[in-house]
Write a protein that binds this ligand. Structure first.
Ligand code: ACO
Length: 427
């Protein structure tokens, strides 16, 4: 490790401390750069900038590694549960049996939403996108739960965190129910977190709903795979919103708004649409050729990642889960065959190999979600539901960080310089 980085600007020398984490690239602490030199750094898209210190999630994109609190994502997906991962992300350690029971009981007790929140839903058009509804209703929680919006009170922060995690399935299911014109279902707290969500989404008051354990396990796994992903765009949005002291409900609503974008949470929908467009295995070469053609804007959706230059470890689990769910449901979806074949062809094609383009988490998730019965418009809502755990954990970490300051980037100004105002009559 180097202790400091030496920088000379306009003949002025300066030493900047180099900080090392437990693993991953070291960072150059340039906080004093402006004071010393009168210069800013320029890094739109934050491709070389660490915006915070964190102990929650680590990604090594070259090696295809994703760790939550040190635990590999494939081990968590195979052996853990979403509730346990939520506890882990928030508290730093896997829970003991007693801690686990208490956590699940606490979350379960918060699953209902204020009765008046239902009237919010009724204010939306029936054809509103469920993500539009989620942006509104999650932000509105701060109008209903005043007793957990004081961010300086650690107990209120815990209660707000539990409320957000517990109420997201209820609110997501309500968004779906509203769009299909069916009555909202109250939570049934005898069910698991994920089973409860499936019942509130697909059950109706007229009939009993039996949770299918294979679907429940697959859904739980999908939630685990989406629970957190380091300082991605929506998480950074939550942190930036929270840095001003905004309440947690407002911050998570900001995260949902950011996640909605097609470059972030919307890619699984695009991947499924592409697989459906390809339709049959014999058409794959045509689409591979298009993806490689510089003059064609087409890209293989669900392939490539800003950070992963190797197999996205979440995609491996997702592919196996897709196979399991389709088999269980007796679905012989040709889209799955297209996906498997496309993956094989792309992974042996020099274009994709040289550019290190591998399937990402979105490549298979749409196939599973569609087989379970979700319309594509709900895909990003499910992502938001799961990512709320990560957002909440990262928000809490930020609030407890003594170095935390309001986030305030600077800019490279390229507009007009000073000029005198010209009265309207003289223009
Ligand atoms: N198909 C074909 N070519 C691709 C693809 C693709 N899916 N992805 C990247 N490339 C090519 C680019 O054309 C570029 O080629 P060039 O160097 O000859 O110009 C090169 O690979 C690098 O691509 P960039 O866009 O510069 O890489 P970046 O890291 O900025 O983009 C991204 C990553 C946006 C994910 C990109 O791979 C992509 O568009 N993939 C398809 C969309 C997708 O699946 N998004 C989901 C991401 S996962 C998530 O958000 C949860």
């Amino acid at each position: 490790m180097t202790d400091s980085a030496h920088l000379t600007i306009d003949g002025k020398d300066g030493d900047y401390p180099v900080m090392a984490g437990t693993v991953g690239p070291e960072v150059v602490d340039i906080r004093k750069l402006y004071g010393n030199t009168g210069r800013f750094t320029y890094d739109p898209g934050f491709t070389s900038t660490a915006a915070c210190e964190s102990k929650i999630t680590y990604i090594d994109g070259d090696a295809g590694i994703l760790l939550h609190r040190g635990y590999p994502i494939d081990q968590l997906a195979e052996q853990s549960s979403f509730m346990e991962v939520a506890y882990l992300l928030m508290n730093g350690e896997l829970p003991t049996a007693a801690e686990h029971d208490l956590f699940v009981r606490t979350i379960t007790r918060h699953t209902m939403v204020h009765e008046q929140l239902a009237t919010f839903y009724r204010g939306f058009r029936r054809d509103a996108h469920p993500m539009a509804i989620m942006c509104g209703v999650v932000g509105a929680l701060s109008a209903f739960y005043h007793d957990s919006t004081d961010i300086h009170d650690s107990q209120q922060r815990v209660i707000a965190s539990h409320r957000l995690i517990a109420k997201m399935p209820t609110m997501a299911a309500m968004a779906y129910k509203y769009s299909v014109g069916q009555p909202f279902l109250y939570p049934d707290n005898s069910l698991s977190y994920t089973g409860n969500f499936l019942r509130m989404t697909f059950g109706v008051p007229a009939e009993p709903y039996v949770v299918d354990p294979v679907i429940e396990a697959a859904m739980d796994k999908i939630f685990i795979l989406h629970a957190d992903h380091e300082q991605n765009a929506s998480t950074s949005t939550v942190r930036l919103a929270g840095s001003s002291g905004a309440n947690p409900f407002a911050c998570i609503a900001a995260g949902i708004a950011c996640l909605w974008g097609p470059a972030h949470g919307g890619a699984n929908e695009a991947a499924l649409n592409m697989l459906r467009e390809i339709g049959t295995v014999d058409r794959i070469p045509e689409f591979i050729a298009r993806a490689k053609n510089k003059d064609d804007p087409f890209r293989l959706m669900g392939f490539g990642h800003r950070v992963y230059k190797n197999y996205d470890p979440r995609a491996t689990v997702m592919a196996a889960t897709a196979k399991e769910v389709l088999a269980k449901m007796g679905v012989t979806d040709p889209v799955f065959d297209v996906a498997r074949e496309l993956e094989q062809i792309a992974l042996s094609d020099p274009y994709f190999v040289d550019k290190k383009l591998y399937p990402n988490v979105d490549f298979y998730s749409g196939i599973i979600l569609s087989a379970i019965g979700f319309p594509t418009s709900m895909f990003t809502v499910l992502f938001a539901l799961a990512r709320t755990v990560g957002w909440v954990a990262q928000w809490n970490e930020m609030i407890e960080d003594h170095d935390q300051k309001i986030g305030r980037p600077r800019q490279l100004y390229t507009g007009e310089t000073h000029r005198e105002y010209v009265p309207l009559a003289a223009r």
